[in-house]
Design a protein around this ligand. Sequence first.
Ligand code: NAP
Length: 160
Amino acid sequence: MTNIIIISAVGLNNEIGVNNKLIWTIKKDLNFFKRVTINHKIVMGHNTFMSLPKVLEGRSYIILTHHNIDNEKVLVFNNYEELICYLNSINEDIFIIGGESLYRLFLNEAKFLLLTEINKSFPHADTYFPYFDKNNYIREVIKKDRENDIDFCHVLYRKK
Ligand SMILES: NC(=O)c1ccc[n+]([C@@H]2O[C@H](COP(=O)([O-])OP(=O)(O)OC[C@H]3O[C@@H](n4cnc5c(N)ncnc54)[C@H](OP(=O)(O)O)[C@@H]3O)[C@@H](O)[C@H]2O)c1
């Protein structure tokens, strides 16, 4: 069975990005992201792909875009329906890593939301995690942590 898992780092107002970058750089969270996604397929929108500062080793990239991407290391899909059909055929844990438009597309499909809840807000954000009804999920705190004055918490939401 394919498990679709959304992974994201969100601020107090669900902010996730600004100017096609992350808002906060939290090393411990980036390490957590690496540990969780290593050896898995990661699905992202074209903007997120363009925003990555370096190749994330040990992960296979799947990119949703209306355009072609001239890179033989990535798998490209030009529409959501074909992508979801492919994902459901491969019986793996799949991580949707962003950004906003991909989170919106996959929110209904994802059984798990693995969120880093950051105890900060950023009023100039331009991308947000979509609203979801927490009553429809079981919330499990995995770990509370802190780095450079930023409190954050890894939380798993499992759809009831
Ligand atoms: N905090 C976090 O955890 C986190 C994680 C990831 C990203 N982010 C942030 O999120 C922001 C980017 O989010 P975003 O919403 O602007 O971009 P995005 O979701 O990464 O990518 C959007 C692009 O994906 C393609 N796309 C989306 N839906 C499609 C569809 N149905 N069919 C074909 N292509 C489709 C389009 O590419 P084309 O224009 O090429 O057609 C679209 O412009 C950045 O600031 C990034 O740093 C934050």
